[in-house]
Write a protein that binds this ligand. Structure first.
Ligand code: PAD
Ligand code: ZN
Ligand code: ZN
Length: 375
């Protein structure tokens, strides 16, 4: 029996309060309105940014259905939708691409002004939610909410991908892989023969390593305090792995000594002020570029000495690896399917959706890279 136009009752992981476990609840998912799309989720990754939503360091209205690294199949579409149709395989976009705003029209920029990240309302573009649980409206999370059997997104926040794409794998293109990879190839524009340092070897950091390698870096120095991550880092392209805890002196000094003055490109893929400063300081004072990828704790400031920049360093940051989401995801999915990049090493665990809390425990204990939840 068709569900088109009807409310769907299904399971979703609801976060009622900060720092609590997810509750698997029966939720009602309203049909998509004009220019909206309802998706049956097939797989979703667990990204550290979801955990930032749980701890409150990424501010988002509660109660909420988190999750933003998913892939699924269109169940139904609202009026006026032309970009996708029922049955299409799709990836929801936590950074939309409206195609009309100043950012979308800019040839390089990607952080569409219709995003729900900087001033999150936790709603659809029209300001309302499509989720209800126990009679209460439940908020959306950065226009995606993939921790639900069904979700509704705006047409500007979804893109069609290849019908043959393995969704339980390419869901990572929806965030972690593209963010890390793009930070190297698109944001830093890593050059052949260069030396890179990547701080933080989670799913996003390892994807930055993959990007550095794809761009032809000669040395890729991977930095993490959890040495269990080193084998995987080497597998995807790191040439050396170091832990700051093995040295008396600050790690930027160690890196400068290792590289004769500093690396060409550095990446902070953790989300801590200390490591952002270490990553900036370890790049060469005259020509180094450092990219902030990790999401810092909300509404706090970092003080730095501008001399670090005055001598020639470049300090940048980007959401989603600087990629325009709609334009880039279908191509990245095709490249993954052509085995251009090693995505499999990033997936350490696959769990049924109901075991979401177990998946978060694996992330918090440093035992997983990416856990994929399947529906
Ligand atoms: P993760 O938690 O899987 O990986 C973080 C890694 O950092 C782990 O391996 C830790 O052991 C390591 N680490 C922690 N503290 C230190 C330290 N002091 N020194 C060295 N290493 C340390 O996270 P992830 O890979 O899913 O995400 C990484 C960050 O990127 C996180 O802050 C997330 O919110 C952010 C992110 N940003 C975007 C974006 O668009 N900019 C997208 C997705 C994720
Ligand atoms: Zn993410
Ligand atoms: Zn836009």
């Amino acid at each position: 029996m068709s569900t088109t136009g009807k409310v769907i009752k299904c399971k979703a992981a609801v976060l009622w309060e900060l720092k609590k476990s997810f509750s698997i609840e029966e939720v009602e998912v309203a049909p998509p309105k004009t220019y909206e799309v309802r998706i049956k989720m097939v797989a979703t990754g667990i990204c550290r940014s979801d955990d930032h939503g749980v701890t409150g360091s990424l501010v988002t209205p509660l109660p909420v259905i988190l999750g933003h690294e998913g892939a699924g199949i269109v169940e139904s579409i609202g009026e006026g939708v032309t970009a996708v149709k029922p049955g299409d395989k799709v990836i929801p976009l936590f950074t939309p691409q409206c195609g009309k705003c100043a950012v979308c029209k800019h040839p390089e920029a990607n952080f569409c002004m219709k995003n729900d990240l900087t001033k999150p309302r936790g709603t659809m573009q029209d300001g309302t939610t499509r989720f209800t649980c126990k009679g209460k409206p439940i908020h959306h999370f950065i226009s995606t909410s993939t921790f639900s059997e069904y979700t509704v997104v705006d047409e500007i926040s979804v893109v069609k991908i290849d019908a043959a794409a393995p969704l339980e794998k390419v869901c990572l293109v929806g965030c972690g892989f593209s963010t890390g990879f793009g930070s190297a190839v698109k944001v830093a524009k890593v050059t052949p023969g260069s030396t890179c340092a990547v701080f933080g070897l989670g799913g996003v950091g390892l994807s930055a390593v993959i990007g550095c390698k794809a761009a032809g870096a000669a040395r890729i120095i991977a930095v993490d305090i959890n040495k269990d991550k080193f084998a995987k880092a080497k597998e995807v392209g790191a040439t050396e792995c170091i832990s700051p805890q093995d040295f008396q002196k600050p790690i930027h000094e160690v890196l400068k000594e290792m590289t004769g003055g500093g690396v060409d490109f550095s990446f902070e893929v953790i989300g801590r002020f200390e490591t952002m400063m270490e990553a900036l300081s370890c790049c060469h004072e005259s020509y180094g570029t450092s990219v902030v990828v990790g999401v810092p704790p909300g509404s706090q400031n970092l003080s730095m000495n501008p001399m670090l920049l005055l001598t020639g360093r470049t300090w940048k940051g980007a959401i989603f690896g600087g990629f325009k989401s709609k334009d880039s995801i279908p191509r990245l999915v095709a490249e993954v399917m052509a085995n251009k990049f090693p995505l499999d090493p990033l997936i350490t665990h696959v769990l049924p959706f109901e075991k979401i809390n177990e998946g978060f425990d694996l992330l918090r204990s440093g035992k997983s890279i990416r856990t994929i939840l399947t529906f």
